[in-house]
Design a protein around this ligand. Structure first.
Ligand SMILES: [Zn+2]
Ligand SMILES: [Zn+2]
Length: 286
């Protein structure tokens, strides 16, 4: 059973004044320290790796994170801003490490904003494995520890949570990418409820929360943290997201990364004090 949890925001788009030794960049990486009350050392899980090895390693060093001590890495999806620091992390280690990710993280990932550009992972599976990764491809929810799961592919239910502007190769054809590899973490903290940690939430943050409720069997949402992917979203989608979050009524809402300033302001206006933006170096304890 999960007893205590501490999150450290290792890479994020925003910097805070308190942590001015850290570098901000468009990307996300969160270290989870999980105390399972098993009389063992905490489990250390790295959720995503930011956009570059330089920033990932600089911030890990400034935050006194020993990358050797990380037990497991999980990737939210294949975009470079979540996978770009992975090779740097692997190269700093001397022992192999398991990595849980959807098999589509290696698919070519592109966007047309404003021109056709590659935004996929900067490595091949072969390069990762040669650097010490033990790849665990997984499309469905995977249990990582008692009360700690990845969601795997998230069913797309909410009509307002659409995916647009991304492209890939499917069945040998250049085609629209609805990013099936997008996943989140779902943690069940006894006495408090469900904690959802997203990467970009390309599946939609509300779809993600609903699926996390389903797979954990825990209805009570306690916290939602990570990218909500509302950058460029219209007012209708932002308001629908805020209303759904208001209904779910979590104690802690920490949008960051790809949430966008417009959506963040609106979420704060509608959700009040419970909603605070993420910044690099933040530590969140449960
Ligand atoms: Zn993405
Ligand atoms: Zn992202």
């Amino acid at each position: 059973m999960l007893q205590d949890l501490r999150l450290t925001i290792v890479v994020e788009n925003s910097a805070s004044l308190e942590n001015n030794l850290l570098q901000a960049q468009h990307g996300l990486s969160i270290l989870l320290d999980l105390d399972m009350d098993l009389g063992m050392e905490d489990m250390k899980l790295l959720w995503d790796t930011g956009a570059s090895s330089e920033v990932m390693l600089h911030n890990a060093n400034a935050l006194h994170i020993d990358l050797q001590e990380i037990d497991l890495i999980c990737l939210s999806h294949g975009h470079y801003d979540h996978t770009g620091g992975l090779m740097g992390v692997l190269q700093k280690r001397t022992s192999p490490i398991p990595i849980v990710a959807h098999p589509d993280i290696y698919a070519p990932k592109l966007k047309v904003q404003p021109y056709l550009k590659y935004i996929g992972a900067p490595f091949s599976r072969h390069q990762l494995e040669a650097a010490g990764a033990i790849m665990l491809p997984c499309r469905s929810p995977a249990t990582l520890a008692p009360g700690v799961m990845t969601t795997g592919e998230v069913p797309r239910i909410e009509a307002f949570e659409t995916v647009e502007g991304f492209w890939t190769m499917r069945d040998g054809q250049y085609s629209a990418d609805n990013i099936p590899d997008d996943q989140s973490l779902a943690l069940h903290l006894p006495g408090k409820g469900l904690i959802v940690i997203s990467g970009c939430a390309h599946s939609g943050i509300i779809n993600t929360i609903r699926y996390a409720q389903r797979i954990t069997g825990e209805e009570r949402l306690y916290a939602v943290i990570g990218g909500f992917h509302l950058m460029g979203a219209d007012q209708k989608r932002i308001d629908s997201t805020a209303r759904a979050l208001l209904d779910l009524n979590p104690a802690i809402i920490r949008p960051g990364h790809c949430t966008g300033q417009k959506a963040l302001s609106r979420l704060q206006e509608m959700l009040g004090e419970n909603c605070q933006p993420l910044a690099v170096g933040d530590s969140i304890e449960f």
